[in-house]
Design a protein around this ligand. Structure first.
Ligand code: PRT
Ligand code: MG
Length: 216
């Protein structure tokens, strides 16, 4: 018997937006992650299963072979470093961008122009460090794990680096976008050893995903 293919996904938008791609590969997940407490979900294909992990853990699972492949945001991939991962496809799902945002009453341009040292709160310390280094702006980075929008409102930081899609979260918290750092979408990542060992089956899945990617 050939070993099963294990796909790592996170619940929520990545799971939801990967389903149509799986369907194109003839794979249907048999349980709804919002309704079950199971972390390993069977599919209609005996040789394929889905494991549910935290979004930030997807690259780690695939790197160490806990999963053969996974779907992860480019933001998460950059912060992880991407070591040990083969990255065959931009799936063009879960799109957003990484931005710098401040309180609407904070004069960001002036602070930057003055050469002020900025306090920046973010979950994305690598992306933020590279971006501000590239601009020659001195920053003190404060690592947070969530609710970044709160940091400028409470005086914890002058600015945040966070993901933005509709902009509604910023607006609801009286924050404004002052820099757009990069566009983000989710990518397929594959364990390098698994790609060699299970090449035929993985190539089929990658090929099916590739032809189902939205081109708009
Ligand atoms: O939520 P949890 O802490 O469990 O984990 P996570 O935030 O790492 O996972 P999840 O599922 O929320 O995000 C997984 C991936 O989806 C991210 O790594 C991104 O690549 C992608 N993605 C796409 C987004 C968004 N759009 C997005 N809007 N991830 C998060 N957001 C958040 C953002 O951080 C902000 O708080 O939504 C808020 C802004 O949304 P708007 O529409 O109000 O601008
Ligand atoms: Mg989230």
């Amino acid at each position: 018997m050939t070993p099963p293919i294990t796909l790592a996904l996170s619940k929520g938008r990545i799971f939801d937006e990967t389903l149509p791609l799986l369907a194109a590969a003839g794979i249907a997940v048999l349980e709804d992650p919002e309704k079950t407490r199971k972390l390993i979900l069977p599919t209609n294909q005996e040789g394929v299963r889905v494991v549910l992990v935290r979004a930030t853990d997807v690259p780690t699972y695939v790197e160490y072979g806990g999963a053969d492949l996974g779907v992860t945001g480019k933001d998460t991939l950059i912060e992880h470093g991407g070591q040990g991962l083969f990255r065959p496809l931009d799936l063009r799902i879960a799109k957003c961008h990484v931005s710098v945002a401040v309180r609407s009453d904070f004069d960001y341009r002036h602070a930057v122009h003055q050469g002020a040292r900025l306090r920046v709160a973010t979950k994305y310390t690598s992306i933020a460090r590279d971006f501000f280094a590239g601009k020659g702006v001195h920053v003190d980075l404060i690592k947070l794990y969530g609710s970044m929008e709160l940091a400028p409102l409470t005086g914890l930081a002058d600015a945040i680096v966070d993901l933005v899609s509709t902009g509604n979260t910023l607006k609801a918290n009286h924050l404004v976008e002052v820099e757009r750092i990069m566009d983000i979408s989710s990518h397929l990542v594959v364990n390098q050893a698994a790609f060699k060992l299970k090449q035929a089956r993985l190539r089929e899945i990658i090929g099916a995903f590739e032809s189902a990617i939205r081109k708009d």
